[in-house]
Design a protein around this ligand. Structure first.
Ligand code: PEP
Ligand code: MG
Length: 594
């Protein structure tokens, strides 16, 4: 049979697997959508004929800036020895050449002239046209060239505009986002109705990117080394967020195997769903309160579906992310009021903004030296006390919503009683200011509690318990700072283990300080949402756990199958151990009996 030259048989591509951290459960099938180095939200607008020259000059200036940046990068890379340095520097030189009158730049210039549109929209349109032309070719060399065009194009767009990155909003329905790295603000922009799964080369299971992905309930694998390399847009992909595996170009037999696993997982979800309206009570009758952690208002539906008895941790950072100006008191008031009202009388613990470290929130940190923003720098309450006017505004908004529900206020990254006392004074002052303004706020101000998430705070918990109305133990940061392991760093993420005896002892120490001071104590780190840890936490005396809404029913299932007395005996045994391996074994054995 003569070969069909127009429609050559597609080249069969090999299946490849990548392992990483399964940070948000579920199995998804779809097409790869590579996220290319942070493209900006490009809006198109018409420009007058008389302004065409100016617009082209703006484009040239952006191209010149891009060249300068690439020259600098190239010079730096050239200092690296070895083949990798050489290869990257050749690549940068190629980018540089593309900026000198390539199809991309020429095309954009012409579009400004012919279509009378702004420069960034012209570059964006050119990227799309060039990519779609080559997209269907089964050739990894060409695929890499498309990525080069995008890389260069997006650099120009970055230099043309300074608006935050909103790429994710433009994703096609059913896309599976694959990126080298994704920050929490990147995830915040993802629309869970459009995106089926997320994969990134960087990141660990307990970083904020992972938490945000869990919050959206999208199957996610992070720390999957090299997955984004040579990846073709539109390739078939399976993401197993439960086991942490990514399969690109899966064989038919692999698809069948994963379909069957997905079927089983869905059956499990339906089984758990039946628990929603049942009590959360151990077999021997101890009530355990399960609340939700909330990162984004979009999760509210999931909070309600999960049967959470309240919000144990509202990470208010969402109010400050991906924006160019600070939210006003009014804006924060309406956003919070909406959430509080949706809770219908169920309690809600609002944490004041926790920026710094890996929680990049530029609007809160502009003007502050980058060095000061490290994980050991101005994070949490330290930043709030540095930016008192922002904290004051947030307090006014929170105090105003207090009359619409049961509010508690939680302070992040506290280390000393003086930070709590200073913050309380700020709140009282703002309450007075609101009353003078004639605002209705409750006579009794909301309780103020502290996150116990720094080893020093845990060790000095008795002092903090005297000035705090409640404790919420943040096992994520407590583990990170105790073990000196960056939550989001894939190189050490496998060592991040809250079962380390040092972490467990700090948790127990803080809980006991709260029990002695008779103040409520909850745990709201990722540990609280993992059914594997439930018996240990209940056995240690915790009665209040707060977690990602997607974990509530799984934890409830564990609570209902457990005897609290047996859990307490096992917790005592575990707390006597000094070896992490033995702790793990004792806990897993106990869970296996359930
Ligand atoms: C924690 O550190 O455990 C915590 C709940 O806070 P976040 O994850 O927001 O830092
Ligand atoms: Mg924390």
């Amino acid at each position: 049979m003569a070969k069909d030259r127009k429609n050559p048989k597609p080249v069969k591509v090999k299946e490849s697997c990548f392992d990483g951290f399964g940070v948000s459960a579920g199995i998804a099938f779809g097409k790869v959508y590579p996220r290319e180095g942070g493209v900006k939200n490009v809006s198109e607008y018409h420009i007058a004929k008389s302004k065409i020259g100016d617009e082209q000059k703006r484009l040239s200036a952006a191209v010149e800036s891009s060249k300068r940046q690439l020259r600098k990068l190239s010079a730096r890379i050239k200092k690296f020895s070895g083949a990798a340095g050489e290869e990257i520097s050749i690549l940068f030189d190629a980018y540089h050449t593309m900026l000198k009158g390539s199809r991309l730049v020429r095309g954009a210039e012409e579009r400004i002239l012919k279509c009378q549109i702004n420069a960034e929209a012209a570059v964006q349109a050119e990227i799309i046209e060039i990519s779609s032309y080559f997209e269907n070719m089964e050739d990894s060399y060409i695929a890499a060239r498309i990525d080069d065009v995008r890389e260069v194009g997006y650099r120009i767009i970055h230099n043309l505009t300074d608006v935050p990155d909103h790429t994710q909003k433009q994703l096609p329905r059913g896309a599976i986002v694959v990126a080298r790295s994704l920050s929490p603000p990147d995830i915040a922009q993802i629309d869970p109705n459009n995106v089926r799964a997320i994969v990134a080369e960087f990141g660990g299971a307990d970083g904020h990117t992972a938490i945000m992905a869990r919050a959206l309930g999208i199957p996610t694998v992070l720390g999957a080394s090299e997955v984004a390399r040579n990846l073709k847009s539109g390739s078939n992909i399976i993401v197993d967020g439960t086991r942490g595996r990514v399969v690109i170009n899966p064989e038919r037999s692999t698809v069948v195997r994963y379909e069957s696993r997905r079927h089983n997982l869905r059956r499990e979800v339906r089984r758990l769903d039946r628990l929603r309206n049942l009590d959360c009570c151990t077999r021997d009758g101890v009530d355990i309160t399960l609340q939700a952690n909330l990162e984004l208002p979009i999760e509210m539906k999931m909070v309600n579906q999960s049967g959470a008895s309240g919000i144990g941790l509202l990470r208010s950072e969402f109010l400050f992310m991906n924006r160019e100006n600070l939210p006003s008191e009014e804006e924060q008031f309406f956003a919070l009021k909406d959430l509080v009202q949706q809770m219908n009388g169920r309690p809600i613990t609002i944490r004041t903004f926790d920026a710094g470290g890996e929680k990049s929130t530029p609007i809160l940190t502009t003007g502050i030296n980058e060095e000061a923003m490290s994980a050991l720098g101005l994070r949490g309450i330290r930043l709030s006390l540095e930016k008192t006017e922002v904290l004051e505004t947030q307090f006014r908004a929170i105090l105003r919503v207090a009359r619409y529900g049961h509010i508690r206020i939680l302070l992040p990254m506290v280390t000393t009683p003086s930070e709590v006392i200073r913050t309380q004074e700020i709140m009282v002052k703002q309450a007075r200011r609101l009353r003078r303004r004639g605002e209705k706020i409750p006579d009794k101000l909301p309780p103020i509690g502290v996150m116990i998430e720094v080893p020093g705070a845990a060790l000095a918990a008795d002092g903090l318990s005297r000035v705090s109305d409640f404790f919420a133990i943040g096992s994520n940061d407590l583990t990170m700072y105790t073990l000196a392991i960056d939550r989001a760093n894939r190189y050490v993420a496998h060592m991040f283990d809250s079962l380390h005896p040092a972490v467990l002892r700090l948790i127990q120490f803080s809980a006991e300080a709260a029990f002695r001071a008779r103040i409520p104590v909850s745990i709201c780190g990722e540990m609280a949402g993992d059914p594997r840890f439930t018996a240990l936490l209940v056995g240690m005396g915790f009665r209040d756990l707060s977690m990602a809404p997607s974990n509530i029913l799984r934890v409830k299932n564990r609570v209902r199958g457990m005897d609290s007395l047996a859990a307490s005996h096992r917790a005592h045994l575990i707390m006597d151990q000094t070896d992490k391996g033995r702790i793990t074994m004792l806990l897993d054995d106990f869970n296996a009996l359930a």
